[in-house]
Design a protein around this ligand. Structure first.
Ligand code: PEP
Ligand code: MG
Length: 556
């Protein structure tokens, strides 16, 4: 293996530490696996594995509670109870007595419960995922395989995985993870977004990441997109000094977002919940441009109560008494599956399936409860609440959503522009709502037909593709305020281009705000417009980037 591996740097900063891998799927023990005849020993092994899983879940629950997450403890305790279920133990004993090997006996005993739950209505069906998790933990122990999930470590580590799902990262202790490295995942994947939000350096789409050995010491440079193996102490110190110098240079530009000639461009933060407020405020966010509400509920098997929702929303609104807070209604499905809101059946292509607002058509009661909680949360507060729906396709859907918002007492309904059809017919959609927010991550995925989860397609998941800019232009010119809340807003050169296209606000992961603030402050609106014209005249993403940069001489 070479000393330095290269991928796509998606979250700046430097992190050094030992590699810890996120263990992958546990294979099904082959049907027909028999034990050697010592049924008693096999039985003991199987039951001991289940008990060890239960004890481990309980212990993790205690730690979650100690870290201020009592809901996490409730979920883990419920899982521990399932692992200790006497009926399950009887099932395992019976299978082993028939001669079935311990791992296979556990697998089959869980299968009976699994079928019962899967057929017992939507909410119980969501527990199937919990059951599978317990089963996989027990089977992994019996087969001597790594236990799935986020690794445990006493010292800070670099988390390496094929890819990271939002549910994996929800349980991460940010103090323990110094960097993320993944083999899959493009620049707009959730690994990238979560890393930026947490302020953790990250490199994605790194060929060979999954074969890095556990414990190998690495130095990750999230700006350069490199991973250096076995770095020296000097390598680490030099990289840290360079990153710190860059950060302190940026911190010198402060205040509300504006171009050099004073054209105001509010700079807002993308957040996943109240825990991200500190970073947003520390980086000078003028409000929230995208509150990804589904992130609040990722690690739970049951829907949130109305009171819990209201409290979470209120905390965010209270943080910006003179600003705006743009909340997105649940964007469940595809890359953000929610256990309590399953998509129908087996969708062959979830990114083109029932996700976002389409899920709200299926579960209007979930949307109504969320809108009511938002309206209650905002009552009596000075922050301006705006609410938008994800994955809207046409004016009819926008009208449906706006009507529900107004029924709930929400005055400023909007939509995300993520589907090319909505961008192309932006004027029709604008007739129904008060504002747009362009989700360039999904807009790029759909415009270029390139799944944002697939690392090998990083070249196509590039919002500099001139076709994506061609879709931004009609949305920005449709006559309603139009922000951008996709990751494109966090690229300082592209942020200038978006402003040149007529975008009225920019929202991004908080650590990116200083860079974008500095880029805008160093260029006039006319320079941004010239950069935008040049980018749209280009024929490829690379040429668009170069052409725009030629008009933006003072980029940080
Ligand atoms: C987007 O698609 O650009 C967006 C902001 O939404 P998400 O990344 O949560 O899908
Ligand atoms: Mg999106």
């Amino acid at each position: 293996m070479p000393d330095v591996l290269r991928g796509a740097g998606v979250s700046p900063g430097v992190g050094a530490g030992p590699v810890r891998k996120l263990a992958g799927d546990v294979p099904e023990p082959p049907a027909g696996d028999r034990h050697g005849g010592d049924a008693a020993a096999e039985r003991d092994a199987a039951l001991a594995a289940l008990e060890a899983v239960a004890a481990d879940l309980e212990e993790r629950g205690e730690r979650a509670a100690a870290a201020g997450n009592p809901d996490g403890r409730d979920v883990l305790d419920a899982q521990a109870l399932m692992a200790r279920d006497p009926g399950l133990a009887d099932g395992v004993r019976a299978k082993v007595d028939e001669g079935v090997a311990a791992a296979r006996a556990v697998f089959e005993a869980f299968g009976v419960y699994r079928e019962m739950l899967a057929g017992a209505g939507e909410y119980l069906a969501a527990r199937v995922a919990d059951l599978d998790d317990i089963r996989d933990r027990a089977v992994a122990r019996l087969l001597g395989l790594p236990v799935p999930g986020v690794p445990e470590s006493d010292e800070p580590f670099v988390l390496v995985a094929r890819d990271l799902a939002p549910a994996d990262t929800a349980v991460l202790d940010p103090a323990k993870v110094v960097a993320f490295v993944t083999e899959e995942g493009g620049p707009t994947s959730h690994t990238a977004i979560i890393a930026r939000t947490m302020g953790v350096p990250a490199v994605v789409a790194l060929p060979g990441a999954a074969s890095l050995a556990d414990g190998t010491r690495v130095l990750v440079d999230g700006a350069a997109g490199t991973v250096r193996l076995d770095p020296s102490g000097e390598d680490v110190a030099a990289a840290r000094a360079a990153a710190a110098a860059r950060a302190s240079a940026l911190a010198e530009v402060t205040g509300p977002g504006a171009t050099a000639d004073g054209h105001a461009v509010p700079l807002l933060a993308n957040i996943g919940g109240p825990k991200d407020l500190e970073g947003a405020l520390a980086n000078g966010a003028e409000g929230v441009g995208l509150y990804r509400t589904e992130f609040l509920f990722l690690d739970r098997a049951t829907p949130p109560s109305d009171a819990e929702q209201e409290a979470a929303y209120r905390t965010v609104l209270e943080a910006f008494p003179a600003g705006r807070v743009v909340v997105r209604t649940l964007d469940a499905g595809a890359d953000k599956p929610l256990a309590f809101l399953p998509a129908p059946g087996d969708e062959p292509n979830p990114a083109l399936g029932e996700r976002g607002v389409r899920m709200s058509f299926r579960h209007p009661d979930v949307l109504s409860a969320q809108l009511a909680a938002l309206a209650r949360a905002a009552a009596g507060l000075t922050a301006e609440l705006r609410v938008m729906a994800p994955m809207v396709t046409d004016a009819g859907e926008a009208a449906w959503f706006a009507e529900r918002c107004r029924d709930a007492g929400i005055e400023h309904p909007g939509v995300m522009i993520e589907v090319p059809a909505a961008a192309l017919r932006a004027r029709d959609v604008a007739g129904e709502v008060e504002f747009f927010s362009i989700g360039t991550n999904d807009l790029t995925q759909y415009a270029c037909a390139a799944d944002r989860q697939v690392g090998g397609l990083a070249r196509l998941q590039d919002p500099w593709q001139p076709a994506v800019l061609d879709l931004v232009a009609p949305a920005a010119g449709a006559g309603v305020p139009c922000g951008v809340c996709g990751e494109a807003a966090a690229d300082p050169a592209l942020a200038c281009v978006l402003v040149g296209l007529g975008v009225t606000s920019l929202s991004m992961s908080a650590p990116s705000l200083p860079l974008v603030r500095a880029a805008l402050a160093r260029h006039t609106l006319e320079q941004c417009r010239a950069a935008a014209r040049a980018a749209r005249e280009a024929r490829t993403a690379e040429q668009a980037r170069d052409a725009a940069r030629a008009h933006l001489p003072a980029l940080p």
